[in-house]
Design a protein around this ligand. Sequence first.
Ligand code: ASP
Ligand code: MG
Length: 444
Amino acid sequence: MIVMKFGGSSVADAERIRHVASIIKAYKDKRPIVVLSAMGDTTDHLLAAADEAVAGRVDISCVETLHRQTAAALGLGEKALKDTESLLCELHALLTGISMIRELTKRTRDYLVSFGERLSVRIAAAFLEQEGVPARFYDAWDAGFISDSAFMNAELCDEVWNTIPEALAAYKNGTQKEIPFVTGFIAKDKKGNITTLGRGGSDLTATMLGAALGAEEIQTWKDVDGILTADPRIVAQAKTVPLVTYEEAAELAYFGAQILHPRSMAPCRKAGIPVRVKNSYNIDFKGSLVVEKHEGELSPVRAITAVKNSTLIDIVSTRMLGASGFLAHIFNLFLKRDISIDVIATSEVSVSLTVNTGADLSGLVEDLRGIAETQVKTNRSIVTLICDAAHSSSILASAFAALAKENINPEMISQGASKVNVSLVCANNLADKTVRTLHAAFFE
Ligand code: ASP
Ligand code: MG
């Protein structure tokens, strides 16, 4: 048995759903369990409609039109049309309610965005059925997905390791021959409220399913050739990374490669289930395999990522030279203002760190005034080498030799504790050049 996950762009319209159906059919003998995201940008549209409703306007026509047109274009039968219409009707009623009370809690927002995935599985399962392959849709909670109540970013409860295999036992042991289509991204808390697992959370649904059911493989289908050595929009020569570890894949996600949800690696790692990232436009291509450990000789650098629009803060202690508690004090100030730190490098008396642009830093800088000199530098990028840090000195040597030749001087360097990343900070306008230079040094 395998799990096959398709993201929003893979099911964006009728044509793409036909294509996905043909891929699923090709894997029929592997007894796939399918996980789908909402069609195209539906999640964004639902969130936008929610904001409009709070302002008193109800308009969900783009979501309605997309799903109605898709259902019609796929020639779906009466049952599927009715399922779709009843959800669209509930969605409209919910938005009307929000527009009347002009208030939107996180709980209601999750209820609202859940319609995207619930619609997509109904349409796709009905289409497969119509193509002669028995299929059935599942809302995640009917497949054992229970989460905590942290709306908009819920964690799955440990019980799911039991509730998922219980709910889907017939698929695990192969007695049930239909292909199940499970909604990605959503769950229910113990009180029965709908929750969501954070943006991009369908990856987590897929890996959790595969892990709990002991699948042979979890496939996530994209529209590029798997995990690439760099963003192909920046580096035309980017190529597929054949093998990465779970740890490297998580690190890649944290550092901006939008290929797998960072939290999605935990369950498959625990269960030791391989994840394969495949290209829906290049079905026979192997793609990238994510596993616990590499075998054989590989290049020490796996991939290069860039996260743009970060802010670099240099903090130099004026008072606390040698005193204990300097870092504790600084970190507490960040905690107090709920500012999250991304990359950090320290010395005895100074700290450089990056935070997301958009964080309000005025209060923080004020707080720091008595104890440190602070410089805030905006428009910075974090360029990260995902690599085997056992070779960090030779990697850094090659990296700096290449950067020096191009006259690029990073403003900060940090090696992560997980030993699979080395990050550099540079100005936004140097980020692409930095990535290209490093890519050329390690891969071309
Ligand atoms: N539809 C959700 C989102 O856009 C979940 C996902 O695509 O994984 O974030
Ligand atoms: Mg999506």
